[in-house]
Design a protein around this ligand. Structure first.
Ligand code: GDP
Length: 297
């Protein structure tokens, strides 16, 4: 992950640490390199601009030029800026603070990894948090997707709302809620339909489901490999749905990290988890310190 950004910054810091005292020009050069590195990592331009303004403010103080270890100062400024960009040091916990069942709604484009991520979350909640979890598929247009979630539910050992042919997504949402309530489930995960593109039918259906199910968490699942497209998707969903957080998948193959870095700043939504592989265990709590640390190497 983040190879290009990491390489660029380490080259720069090697050069900086070879010197005793820095000039203001050196600091400018360092910041220019940071800017290029962020753009190369596919961070959204407005986010880069915001980042640079802040970094410049901090860097033009005397502290850097007079610092005993100027490279460390620049690293600190970049680190703090990255943490800020990623939403702060502390991971934002999953919110289950609802009268049971706590409903978690999963939304996203087809192929984003939504169904797999639903199962990953179910596994985490049942295995580590000892919650009684039910999953339901609302993807009425793709029977194969419903079957896929059913198989995943069996695999991770949680309950699955039986499939009833011919029901609408909103009917399934109502039935799932009722079943989860009556049977005393702690958490109900609703996997909604995905589409290949954003469309009005998808959005209004998802908005209606959210209205009926009143989820405590509404996650957009987005493929981090799609970079700025993932950021645009998140913005579009957020305009129509009361999203509470983001889950970025395929972080395991994401060498640039642009979506990860821009997502929070552009949408204002916390990234709560990262998908880190195809296996159902491969879900990491998003930790800005780890991400920033990896960027800086
Ligand atoms: P959906 O259409 O959004 O429900 O997508 P799926 O859950 O069916 O996932 C599509 C493909 O992406 C599957 O082959 C998954 O195994 C794979 N996938 C999902 N999440 C991840 C991830 O975090 N990393 C990797 N490498 N593959 C993933």
């Amino acid at each position: 992950m983040f190879d290009s950004l990491n390489e660029r910054l380490s080259g720069l810091f090697d050069r900086l640490s070879g010197r005793g005292v820095l000039s203001e020009k050196d600091v400018d050069e360092a910041l220019r390199e940071v800017r290029v590195a962020l753009l190369e990592a596919d961070v959204a331009l407005p986010v880069v601009r915001q980042f640079m303004t802040k970094a410049k403010e901090l860097a033009t103080g005397e502290e850097i030029i007079k610092a005993v270890k100027p490279a460390d100062q620049v690293v600190k400024i970049v680190y703090d800026g990255l943490i800020d960009m990623l939403g702060g040091e502390e991971p934002e916990p999953l919110n289950l603070n609802a009268v049971p069942p706590a409903v978690i709604m999963m939304a996203g484009l087809q192929g984003s990894g939504k169904t797999t991520t639903s199962a990953k979350l179910a596994l985490r909640l049942s295995k580590f948090d000892r919650k009684k979890v039910m999953m339901a598929s609302l993807d009425t247009r793709r029977p194969a997707a419903m079957e896929q979630l059913k198989l995943l539910a069996e695999q991770v050992g949680v309950d699955f709302l039986p499939i009833v042919a011919g029901q609408s997504a909103t009917d399934i949402a109502r039935r799932a809620l009722q079943a989860a309530k009556i049977q005393g489930f702690d958490v109900l995960i609703l996997d909604t339909a995905g589409r290949t593109t954003l469309d009005e039918a998808l959005m209004s259906e998802a908005a209606e489901i959210a209205r009926i199910a009143n989820p405590i968490e509404t996650f957009l699942v987005a493929d981090s490999l799609t970079g700025q497209d993932a950021v645009r998707t998140a913005t579009a969903f957020h305009e129509r749905l009361p999203l509470t957080g983001l889950i970025l998948t395929r972080a395991d193959g994401d060498a640039r990290g642009g979506a990860m870095l821009s997502m929070r700043a552009v949408t204002g939504l916390p990234i709560k988890f990262l998908g880190a592989g195809e296996k159902v265990e491969a879900l990491d709590v998003f930790d800005a310190r780890r991400v920033a640390g990896r960027i800086l190497g």
